[in-house]
Every structure is written in structure tokens, then in C-alpha cells.
Write a protein that binds this ligand. Structure first.
Ligand SMILES: NC(=O)C1=CN([C@@H]2O[C@H](COP(=O)(O)OP(=O)(O)OC[C@H]3O[C@@H](n4cnc5c(N)ncnc54)[C@H](OP(=O)(O)O)[C@@H]3O)[C@@H](O)[C@H]2O)C=CC1
Ligand SMILES: CC(C)(CO)C(=O)C(=O)O
Length: 330
């Protein structure tokens, strides 16, 4: 497959290395020192004792790469609005485009068949830019379970060796099949299970990010602090419970599939990406991870006192550093 990772940072860089090792024709869109390092030294993945370096085509400009079979959009949710046109040269009528961002994705309302309808949310308007040239059937939703960080320009470090997963699913019913994509990722060493409904996956992943990632952000710890500190573990449980109540109000009853003890037990020793962004002074996914689901909660009349508290604290931290703007598209 001809695959381009647009924004080959922590997670995108990891996937680019694994897909390249599996024999796919991989290109990356990157910028700055990271791009220069990839061009000079290749893209490197460190995972436990394993070190893999691949040579991939790398450019800051997608027009130099051209139409692909598959595009994986690796930029943060907070960076999507800025790339709606830059992505266009990679996409032809048969290209599948994977959006695997954390949080409530811009594509959530596209072709949605469950009720009630979602609330108005600023990020949903980003979709107009992408849907100008990507047909809904070409859209693939994704959710990443894999802990990664950039060690240095051109070098990704994976903190979850043996536990790297990418859930994939068509955004609209009858969208192009994704089984071949799942197979390609599995063959590359990334678990890609069958997923009946990608929006259920989005809600499940939100549960982990709204709770563990935000607790880690606020306390300046790795996500595992919620497992190690019983008082934070109790906050985690209440946050997950509230997240489940929001999802249930929109037709996603996760009670049978979510085991909060198992969630806590499996939290990796990893600085969550939202904490990485805070420390690096990069725009933060406060809107996608907290404010969007809370807008769903308000519309449905679901009470979320713990999530409201976490959101107020996280939003204050982000705004004070200029990494999130209230009332602006994130
Ligand atoms: N890191 C992790 O462990 C996990 C992350 N996620 C989610 O995955 C998504 C991606 O996160 P992550 O991989 O951490 O993000 P990173 O910030 O590490 O990677 C994003 C990359 O995209 C680049 N980029 C952004 N805009 C452009 C552009 N216009 N042109 C070229 N390059 C661009 C960034 O460059 P620059 O640095 O210059 O901005 C950066 O290299 C997020 O939604 C995150 O929440 C999910 C699970 C785990
Ligand atoms: C890996 C995980 C779940 C960490 O909390 C994550 O989603 C992130 O880093 O953003």
C-alpha cells in the first residue's frame, strides 16, 4: 500500500516505522527539526531493547508526495483545522483517510444514525474543510491504544511494547470496508481488532482520557498515578462513571464492556500526550477530551460534577500558558 502519515510525531511516527518494516511504501509529512532529522537519519523507533530505523520519503509539502491508497492523519486534534487544505494533495477518490485522534472527533456527526443527535460543537465545523474533497465513505475513524513520545527529532520512543493497538472503523454505515487496513496493521505488529461501531470505541477511549490523562496532567504525573494513589483512583472511578452516563445518554451503553478495575490495572507508565503538550508548550486537546463530552452531557441533562471539576482545573492550566482558548475552535 502507498501510505502517508501526515504528522509523523509520537504515534504517527511509530505507525510509519512499523508499516515501512512490513513492506509498505511509506511517506511522511513532517516539519522543522523533525523533518530534517528524518531526511538525514531516517525515522527511528525505540521500544524496550528494540531499535528500528527506516528510510521513508519525507516532505513538508504533500504535493511532493501525491495521491495515496491510505492516509493516516497523525496530527493532534488541536492541529486539524490548520491542515484541511494541506492534506488535499494526498487524497484521490479511492484513498482511505484515517483520523485516529483522542477525544471527540470532528467526524462524529457524519452519517450518524444513532439518536439523540449530538450538540453543536465548534470542532464539528472543521469537517466542512475535509468533506470538500473526502467522501464520507472514505473516512475511517480510529482510536489509538499505544504510548509514545518523541525522544529527539526523528526518534520515537514507545512505552507500551507488545501492547500497541489501533481500533479502526468506517465512519458511515456502508463506508469502504476497513478489514484490509486492519490486516495491514496487524501484519505490521499493531493489534487492530474487529470493531462493530467506531463511535462506541471513541466513547470508551474518552473514558480513559477524561479521567487518567487529565488526572496525570493536573498532578504532573504519569497516567499510572491513578493506579498508585488510592484517592486519585477514587476520582478516576467517579470520572469514568460520569463518562459512561454521558455515553449512555447518546445510545452507547458501555456497562457490559467497561471494567474500571481492568482499566486501572492496565494504565501504562506513560506521560499522557496532553501532559506532553503542556510541558512542550503545544496546543492542548482540552476541547476534544473534556469540553466536547461535557457539551454532550449538558445537552442531555447528565450531571458530571467530577468531570466539571477536572475540566475547570485543566482548562485554567492550559489557558494560563496560552495553550487553549475558551470559546475558540480548539
Ligand atoms: N502520544 C501518545 O502516546 C498517544 C497519542 N494519542 C493521540 O494521537 C494523536 C496524535 O498525538 P501524538 O502522536 O502524541 O502527537 P505529536 O504532537 O507527537 O505528533 C503530531 C505531529 O504532527 C506534526 N504536525 C502538526 N501539524 C503539521 C503540519 N501542518 N505539517 C507537518 N507536520 C505537522 C507535529 O509537528 P510539530 O511538533 O512541529 O507541531 C508533530 O510532529 C492525538 O490526538 C493524541 O491525543 C493517542 C494515544 C496515545
Ligand atoms: C496512551 C494514553 C491512553 C495515555 O493515557 C493516551 O491516550 C495518551 O497518551 O494520550
Amino acid at each position: 500500500m502507498k501510505v502517508t502519515v501526515f504528522g509523523a510525531g509520537a504515534t504517527g511516527g511509530h505507525f510509519a516505522v512499523r508499516l515501512s518494516q512490513a513492506g509498505h511504501d511509506v511517506s511522511v509529512v513532517a516539519r522543522g527539526a523533525h523533518l530534517e532529522a528524518i531526511r538525514s537519519n531516517g525515522l527511528t523507533l525505540l521500544a524496550a531493547d528494540d531499535r528500528a530505523t527506516v528510510k521513508v520519503r519525507a516532505s513538508a509539502d504533500a504535493t511532493e508526495i501525491g495521491v495515496q491508497d491510505v492516509v493516516l492523519v497523525g496530527v493532534k486534534g488541536a492541529g486539524l483545522a490548520a491542515i484541511t487544505q494541506a492534506l488535499r494533495p494526498l487524497v484521490g477518490p479511492d484513498t482511505r483517510v484515517i483520523f485516529p485522534q483522542n477525544g471527540m472527533p470532528w467526524w462524529y456527526p457524519v452519517g450518524l444514525t444513532t439518536t439523540p443527535a449530538p450538540p453543536d460543537w465548534a470542532d464539528f465545523s472543521i469537517g466542512a474543510g475535509f468533506l470538500d474533497y473526502i467522501a464520507p465513505g472514505q473516512l475511517v475513524g480510529g482510536s489509538i491504544y499505544s504510548a509514545n513520545e518523541l525522544d529527539a527529532p526523528g526518534v520515537v520512543r514507545n512505552a507500551s511494547p507488545g501492547h500497541n493497538r489501533l481500533d479502526l472503523g468506517a465512519v458511515v454505515p456502508g463506508g469502504d470496508g476497513v478489514e484490509d487496513l486492519r490486516r495491514a496493521f496487524r501484519d505490521a505488529g499493531i493489534d487492530a481488532p474487529d470493531v462493530p461501531d467506531i463511535r462506541a470505541v471513541i466513547w470508551r477511549k474518552l473514558l480513559a482520557n477524561m479521567s487518567g490523562s487529565i488526572i496525570a496532567l493536573i498532578t504532573g504525573n504519569k497516567s499510572s498515578i491513578s493506579r498508585k494513589d488510592p484517592a486519585l483512583g477514587a476520582v478516576y472511578r467517579r470520572a469514568v462513571g460520569e463518562g459512561m452516563a454521558i455515553a449512555a445518554a447518546y445510545g452507547y451503553d458501555l456497562a457490559d464492556t467497561v471494567d474500571v478495575d481492568a482499566m486501572l490495572k492496565s494504565i501504562p507508565e506513560h506521560k499522557p500526550s496532553i501532559r506532553q503538550d503542556f510541558e512542550a508548550g503545544r496546543p492542548m486537546e482540552i476541547g476534544q477530551i473534556l469540553l466536547a463530552p461535557l457539551a454532550f452531557a449538558r445537552q442531555a441533562g447528565v450531571d458530571t460534577p467530577v468531570l466539571d471539576t477536572l475540566a475547570a482545573l485543566a482548562q485554567r492550566m492550559a489557558e494560563d500558558r496560552g495553550l487553549f482558548q475558551r470559546d475558540a475552535p480548539a
